[in-house]
Design a protein around this ligand. Structure first.
Ligand SMILES: Cc1ncc(C[n+]2csc(CCOP(=O)(O)OP(=O)(O)O)c2C)c(N)n1
Length: 616
């Protein structure tokens, strides 16, 4: 099985133990430290225990110091900085804590750009630490110099270039505060090599200096006038719905969501990132909306008279053509980030607040009244659901190959049903939408995916981070053969770390499936750049010392999942599914969410641009 190099051992290469410098107790004068040692102590003070990264020239002083602190700071050596960043994201998404990733200057830093952008889009708390060339060389195109603070301005909540080591204690406190407060997100700290090497006496009490940064927190008062207005709208509504997003999960407000829904008899729709906020089998739980949302959910949105959006930012994958979204509804929007409110969809009641206190306040303000009219509304939605029988209709779809994608998800659901010790991390593409639609999501933070950025390659490293964060749970990766090949090098990291709780299900259709689906439905089947080959994934797993399975018949899927689950090590299952299965429903790009396709159009679309090589 996996080989462990003992990367967390507390011994020097010479076999002698090295005592880390003691972190001074409060009230004791701290001794002089290098900037790099201060970085380690600042991380420990922020309760960081695990970091994901790759060393290199300009970050070497930090790695040198890390050795002394290795009993308290575990470093996971990833195979690519993109993997390190996604691993830190997975750690953060599983725990709600700030994830930490590290890269050297130049290419190390630019390789972190994708996960930083991903964390930005999905509100994931992340601190990225990068080394920078010595301050005397800044701006000279020195070896491995890249202006990473310039590059990451639009995709970080804030970033810092530290050239003066004495700023490090304050900068680290500010960075972690910014990453985890308000709408969480990524912060980058770029530290020149000379600042890491400089010796000084750190001042841990220097106050934060963040003029103008006043994020909302759970302790802040909620605007009571807005709460009363929202409660009144909900009380008077005959056809209300709640749209629950990532903010509910981030705020830990699932109980408050359920309490309000039950008190007022309002059905709840969960966005991709809201899956798990409301148990799938709760009578008021409707499922996912949007481009691949269920028919009854999208129709409920288009017919509702009041829509309470809590913690979702009206992504265009949810709204379709925004001007046509929920055309009859008065809209209440609760968001911790005021800039999201009214950005894409008109809003009637604006509540800038954390989801938990806001939902609690609305429940208190809501007069207890009759819900008879609501019951009629709920029955109407459920009748739509029964008519379309989305889940059943999908799984009953004719089997055109020995293994259909839905066979894989059926088998997974059966394996998950009686267990609670799992999470699923999905990648981007068809398998991601099938997982969202077909798996039964009941608990928060069990569904982790790349939503806003849609980053292929996210799943395997993010699962690695989630697995390290919580060794008691099995982390299932659901990934396409395309996305898997983007970051499959992290199998080596999983093997080196000896992780036993990562299980990988590759939904292998031999295509970049989601793009191929669009080409089939909207571009006259012109499969340009989408047919895809790959290695024998089971053998690839075995080559890493992991366990590999190949499944090409539905009858074998449940046994493979059980065997992988019970195997005391990381396992990879290559599910070779029907190549041209599609995700339905689908709302064509730019259309209203009511305009769903439930099957390929009768007349296939032809490419809009005729071939320049066509014979005259
Ligand atoms: C890094 C990146 N490159 C390109 C895309 C565009 N894209 C979206 S889905 C998709 C196909 C994914 O194929 P695969 O991983 O095999 O999953 P499938 O759709 O077949 O389930 C592509 C190329 C993307 N989302 N991310």
């Amino acid at each position: 099985m996996s080989r462990s190099t003992g990367s967390t051992a507390v011994r020097s290469t010479a076999g002698r133990s090295i005592a880390p410098p003691a972190i001074p107790a409060p009230g004791h004068a701290p001794a002089s430290r290098t900037g790099a040692q201060v970085m380690c102590e600042a991380l420990i003070r922020e309760n960081v225990s695990v970091m994901f990264g790759i060393p290199g020239g300009c970050i070497m002083p930090f790695y040198h110091a890390m050795w002394e602190y290795r009993a308290r700071l575990r470093h996971v050596l990833c195979r690519h900085e993109q993997g390190a960043g996604h691993a830190a994201e997975g750690f953060a998404r599983a725990t709600g804590q700030v994830g930490v990733c590290i890269g050297t200057s130049g290419p190390g830093a630019t390789n972190l750009v994708t996960p930083i952008a991903d964390a930005w889009m999905d509100g994931t708390p992340l601190v990225a630490i990068t080394g920078q060339v010595p301050s005397a060389l800044l701006g000279t195109d020195a070896f491995q110099e890249t202006d990473i603070t310039g590059i990451t301005v639009p995709i970080t909540k804030h970033n810092f270039l530290v050239t003066n080591a004495t700023e490090l204690p304050r900068v680290f406190r500010e960075a972690f505060h910014i990453a985890r407060s308000g709408r969480p997100g990524p912060v980058l700290i770029d530290i020149t090599k000379d600042a890491q090497l400089a010796r000084f006496v750190p001042d841990w009490d220097e106050p934060m200096d963040l003029p103008g940064y006043r994020p909302m927190s759970q302790r802040d008062d909620v605007d009571q006038a807005a709460i009363r207005a929202a409660a009144q709208l909900l009380q008077d509504a005959r056809r209300p719905v709640i749209l629950a997003g990532n903010g509910v999960i981030q705020s830990g407000a699932t109980r408050e969501l359920r309490a309000l829904a039950e008190q007022a008899g309002i059905p709840v729709i969960s966005t991709l990132h809201g899956l798990g906020a409301m148990p799938h089998d709760h009578p008021l739980s409707l499922g996912m909306p949007g481009m691949h949302g269920w028919v009854h959910v999208n129709r409920a949105i288009q017919a509702c008279d009041v829509l309470l959006n809590v913690g979702s930012r009206f992504d265009d994958r949810v709204t379709g053509k925004a001007s046509t979204f929920a055309p009859h509804a008065q809209i209440i929007h609760i968001d911790i980030d005021g800039a999201e409110i009214g950005k894409l969809v008109r809003t009637d009641v604006k509540i800038v607040a954390d989801a938990k206190p806001a939902l609690r306040s609305i429940a208190v303000a809501l007069p207890v009244g009759s819900t008879v009219a609501r019951q009629a509304w709920i029955h109407e939605i459920l009748a739509m659901r029964d008519e379309h029988q989305p889940r059943q209709g999908y799984t009953r779809r004719e089997r055109t190959a020995p293994l259909m994608p839905h066979d894989v998800f059926d088998a997974m659901n059966a394996a998950f049903r009686d267990r609670s010790d799992w999470r699923v991390v999905t990648d981007v593409g068809q398998h991601q939408m099938w997982a969202a639609q077909l798996l039964d999501w009941s608990r928060p933070r069990t569904h982790i995916t790349s939503g806003g950025a849609g980053t292929m390659g996210f799943a395997l490293p993010a699962a690695m981070g989630a697995a390290i964060a919580d060794p008691s749970r099995t982390i299932w990766v659901v990934v396409g053969d395309g996305g898997f090949q983007m970051t499959s090098c992290e199998l080596a990291t999983i093997a080196q770390e000896g992780l036993t709780n990562v299980k990988v299900a590759i939904v292998n259709n031999g295509y970049l499936g989601m793009v191929r689906q669009w080409q089939q439905l909207f571009e006259g089947k012109r499969y340009s750049g989408t047919p895809l080959t790959g290695p024998d994934f089971a053998k690839l797993a075995e080559a890493h010392g992991l366990r590999g399975f190949t499944v090409d018949d539905a009858a074998d899927a449940p046994a493979a999942i059980e065997a992988a689950w019970k195997y005391r090590g990381c396992a990879v299952i290559d599910f070779r599914v029907e190549r041209e299965a599609n995700v339905f429903p689908i709302v064509p790009a730019g259309q209203a969410i009511g305009d769903m396709l439930m099957a390929p159009p009768a007349t296939p679309a032809v490419p809009a641009v005729p071939s320049p090589f066509a014979q005259a």
